[in-house]
Design a protein around this ligand. Sequence first.
Ligand code: C2O
Ligand code: CU
Ligand code: CU
Length: 545
Amino acid sequence: MNQLNLSRRNFLRRSGWGAVALATGGLSGLLSACASNPAATAIGGAAATSTSATILPTSTFAPSNTPVDVEFALRAAPGKAAIFPGKESAVWSYRGEVLNGDPNSLVDIPDSYLGPIFRVKKGQKIRINYSNEIPQPSIVHWHGLHVPDVMDGHPRFAVDPGQSYTYEFEIANRAGMYWYHPHPHGQTGPQVYNGMAGLFLVSDEEEEAAGLPAGEYDVPLVLQDRVIDGNNQLVYLPNGMMDRMMGFLGNRLLINGKPDYELSVENRAYRLRFLNGSNSRIYKLGWQDGTPLTVIATDGGLLEKPVQRDYVVISPGERVELWVDFSQWPLGSELRLQSLPFTGASPTGMMGGGASVPNGAEFTTLRVRIEREARENPSLPERLSTIARYQLADAINADNPRTFTLGMQRMTWTLNGRTFEMTGVADDEIVKLNTLELWEFVNPASSGGGRGMMGGGMAMVHPMHVHDLQFQVVERQIQSGFREAWETVSGGYVDEGWKDVVLLMPGESVKVLLKFEDFTGLYLYHCHNLEHEDQGLMRNYRVEA
Ligand code: C2O
Ligand code: CU
Ligand code: CU
């Protein structure tokens, strides 16, 4: 009943407004309900006051005169989605429309709370008129895109309910699977959780030349975990303070907004593109029969050449793309893509906090049935793309990395002892335009919490994300005593390509090379565990001329 057979025709279709009925009736009720303690408000409760009605898009923006290739309207609003049989779930969703330009620049995922998929080309100039119709301040961040700081969706640009924000930028990124989500301070976790997220696919000539599976053979898959109550409503932070510290972990997996996701495929090669759109969960993806995976892309697009892994690990915010040739199994096979077990994600003795399915527990993510005979089967290209390799020697601080150490003070996560300040930038957070730098993120074994307090210290996993750019991973180190747990995930890192999120296990340090180009201004770096981010495990860095 909840199985979705994926075909181009029924899975992706042009933007429309009918997929999720957007509710406006309960807006004032929602406003008062959420005002006192917005982060803790389960949207299920708010839904009772909403009346469901399909309404037309609003046009509250004032278009600028600059001609662009594609102009979009995007709005966030409360609505309802049929996630489970029976009662609809109250969600907050992005809905969009192409106002000008190629109508295929936006594709809806029918009946999903997820936002429409942007499909744009490198070099295109776009304008997006965002209107905020959820009962909280919000702003849209284009995760992974290289845009001017005023277009990046920094929390200082969050707009109030009923207000709008106009984005205008050129697609500078190479082909890849980027994404968008809200970024107001302190509310990113609940807003993403309630449904606000979508994919942003960029294509370019290099990708076209690689001749990868396209159309119905190119399948985006957004992984998100949720807790659902008896009325089919989403529950956020069921364990209160513990979830806030450790991060939210659900007990139901949704893929593209649907439970029990299943793919029906032909016996040929597919491009499966995964986004970990979860608040805090890490996935260690591997086939149940141990068949190795062929990885073709990471956060910032195609690798130079395909690489093999027994499993791949994606933490919140990360993307990985697989080339899967379903002709290697007999026609009629049923496959399960598992999230395989791993250890060390949580502080010793705390397991997964109060979560019933802790980080590291095994479960099935995707089921695949090989049902149809393919007419043709493309072969895996030997070369996929060209990556300009940064040289360590070219970094202005090759012997002296800029170090960011994770810690905890008074039950709050910190970066170099600090927490988020809206516009605050410390001296060691200022970088120069047009320089290549070596940064080191350090996740010490006892991140400031002290060994005495928790026995093993408060170290836990942190996926670190940097705005404005894609970086290259140059080195990972693991503290002694943490190697055993680390080795349950480290075989699944894919550091060969461009990255904008990098996972740090407890006791791990990662060195990355980053180049600050084109734009000066204020950008963020933070932990992409959204509850950590909301708690202030986020800082600004400033690019100066
Ligand atoms: Cu996807 Cu600042 O985040
Ligand atoms: Cu980002
Ligand atoms: Cu974190």
